[in-house]
Design a binder for this molecule. Sequence first.
Ligand SMILES: Cc1cc2nc3c(=O)[nH]c(=O)nc-3n(C[C@H](O)[C@H](O)[C@H](O)COP(=O)(O)OP(=O)(O)OC[C@H]3O[C@@H](n4cnc5c(N)ncnc54)[C@H](O)[C@@H]3O)c2cc1C
Length: 389
Amino acid sequence: MAVTAAESGFDLTLTAEQEQVQRTARAFASEKVLPRAAEIDEQARIPRELISEMGALGFMGICVPERYGGSQLDMLTYVLVAEEINRACASTGVVLCTHVSLAIDPILRFGTEAQKARFIPGLARGERIGCFALSEPASGSDAAAMRTSARRDGDAWVLNGTKNFITNGSIADVAVVFAQTDPAAHQKGIAAFIVEKGTPGFGVGKLERKLGIRGSDTAQLVFQDCRVSAVNLLGEVGEGLRIALSTLDGGRISIAAQAVGIARACLEDALAYAKEREAFGKKIADFQAIQWKLADMATEIDAARLLTWRAAALKDADQDHILAAAEAKLFASDVAVKASRDCVQIFGGYGYLKDFPAERHYRDAKITEIYEGTSEIMNLVIADELLRE
Ligand SMILES: Cc1cc2nc3c(=O)[nH]c(=O)nc-3n(C[C@H](O)[C@H](O)[C@H](O)COP(=O)(O)OP(=O)(O)OC[C@H]3O[C@@H](n4cnc5c(N)ncnc54)[C@H](O)[C@@H]3O)c2cc1C
């Protein structure tokens, strides 16, 4: 069964250092990110200096060991930071979460010493941006059905194919790319590669226009006879799917934190509005119908945060966190979507207008049920874990 908080040694008390980092993230998010969130959404781009500032604060390399230029903080501290940034702006939040969880993490866990020394310091400082390229036009949930191919040719691998929906795709300097080396071997033929921007044959295709997280970059990546040096093979041939799936197990914890951040934005904005807006001679916060919505939001956000912290604590303790991460993502994304719907409702007609943040939260929340494994896939993962036991 699921590991309980006590079994995982999970203590709800944050350390002084965790509180300090949380305060720093909250101040940065409210002073630097939140005031630009509407503009980021409207212009569908994130100012590069915001990413550099996250680098300067140590957030872009938050879990990276100091010897590679990182902050060497734990996963729990990272989810505290992720909640704060996503509370301010989910577009900015996903740049951070993708970079930290999906690009840096697999290189740190599966890379050779030479790969880590070469790629991690620049990524950890936020001078370079990372992305993770698994999905394709015809394969998402069924990642093993990928068609991008990798053929060995002397001291290089030659990649051909198209990757779809890649977060940070057009702005990334370093991509972790998955490709099939032997279609007959199916999932045992998949390998992971580190591909740098500027490698001949590696280009950016279509930039996607989206419902929400509009400031975040979502691009197709195209590989046409792209020669990648054999020293850039990440892990072993045949290990690619395991690298991808274990990376997503960790990434889901950060998406759960993103969902908690979005849901908290909904609650805080709805609460403030309900205390100001009047109807029938009263503040709308005086109506029980509004109070119940706010109470449900607060309760569900706390529950989602606890699941997220538990999953982070398990990962920090090097314990199996597949089930805990899937539960946290499944629950927290549902909470975010519901909170965003209630937030719009509490704002009434103004909730439907661009002048207020409620409609942005409504559009942003939905993605948390889709990427890094849809809610249906989370249910499958959870059921698999239960049945396996
Ligand atoms: C904004 C955005 C950013 C993204 N960023 C990245 C990224 O950085 N890197 C990357 O590699 N990918 C990324 N993705 C891709 C994302 O992970 C996939 O969209 C997602 O995994 C779903 O895959 P799909 O879109 O192909 O849907 P499909 O897999 O085609 O699924 C369609 C529907 O069928 C359901 N379904 C599929 N299989 C089953 C099943 N076995 N049982 C029950 N239901 C099932 C799904 O839940 C869904 O409802 C991103 C997507 C978006 C929209």
